[in-house]
Ligand binder design. Structure first.
Ligand SMILES: Nc1ncnc2c1ncn2[C@@H]1O[C@H](COP(=O)(O)OP(=O)(O)OP(=O)(O)O)[C@@H](O)[C@H]1O
Length: 253
């Protein structure tokens, strides 16, 4: 009998997750029998060389792509059993996203972008949610930008809007996909500090895909993937240690 009991310390987990692309005779294995858990309240980085399966793992955990086999849980919800409309609702209500390319809606002002998850859910924020959003707007320094359009903001400011949007609904888990990929190093540090603070001060669980050792050094924990498998699971490490580990991985490959 399969054990499906949930460890309350894990916000999400995958069990024996495999993913292949292509058709019979011409398949690429992107993930092979991956089992891992993302701990609640932690900032987790997922690292690995190009093609190691990071994006595939994130997309499947976020319900954006389907597994070939295995199980994927968000809390105690087995998302592999959900249909497309249930997955859409789950993403909207329980997951936040921060992308490399910010993905703001150009025709909406900053406030409209931050409130978009509520708009898509057909509701207004409650009083309590509104005060949380106000707190986010202030702490992210966006108060005097609310009426502006995204193109009027710098890259770093746009990413702060995306972070405010991702945190606004207090999702179970925020996925960040190379969130500093389009930012200069100073702005990257600001954005990474904001993500680390969201986890430390607000208990926000975050899973960040990155190939950047500096970005990963802001995380509480670093999972390393290679060839579609988890090859290491480390506590917080310096950028130097992460770099030399990555270099070793490439040399062993
Ligand atoms: N839609 C797809 N069709 C076919 N193969 C795919 C598809 N998506 C990913 N792959 C393959 O699966 C493997 C893992 O890809 P994935 O994008 O998850 O790696 P990654 O670690 O995120 O890489 P990168 O750091 O370059 O973004 C690669 O061999 C890739 O070519």
């Amino acid at each position: 009998m399969e054990n499906t009991s949930t460890d309350p310390g894990l916000v999400a987990r995958v069990e024996s997750l495999s993913k292949s692309y292509g058709t019979a005779g011409n398949t690429v294995s992107a993930l092979s029998e991956v089992s891992l858990g993302i701990r609640r309240g932690e900032f987790t980085a997922i690292m690995g060389p190009s093609g190691s399966g990071k994006s595939t793992l994130m997309h499947i955990m976020a319900g954006l792509d389907s597994a070939s086999s295995g199980r994927v849980y968000l809390g105690d919800t087995d998302i592999t059993s959900l249909d497309d409309s249930a997955l859409t609702i789950l993403r909207r209500r329980r997951i936040g996203f921060v992308f490399q390319s910010f993905n703001l809606v150009p025709t909406l002002d900053i406030e409209g972008n931050i409130l978009l998850p509520f708009e898509l859910d057909g509701r207004k924020p409650s009083t309590q949610e509104r005060s949380w959003i106000d707190q986010l707007i202030t702490s992210l320094g966006l108060r005097d930008r609310l009426g502006h359009r995204p193109h009027e903001l710098s890259g770093g400011q746009q990413q702060r809007v995306a972070i405010a949007r991702a945190l606004a609904t207090r999702p179970d888990l925020v996925f960040a996909d190379e969130p500093t990929g389009n930012l200069d190093s100073r702005t990257s540090r600001e954005v990474l500090t904001l993500l680390a603070t969201a986890s430390k001060e607000y208990g926000q669980s975050i899973a960040m895909v990155t190939h950047d050792p500096i970005a990963a050094s802001y995380a509480d924990r670093i999972l390393f993937l290679a060839d579609g498998r988890v090859v290491d699971d480390r506590a917080r490490s310096s950028a130097e240690d992460i770099s030399s580990y990555m270099l070793g991985m490439e040399q062993r490959a």
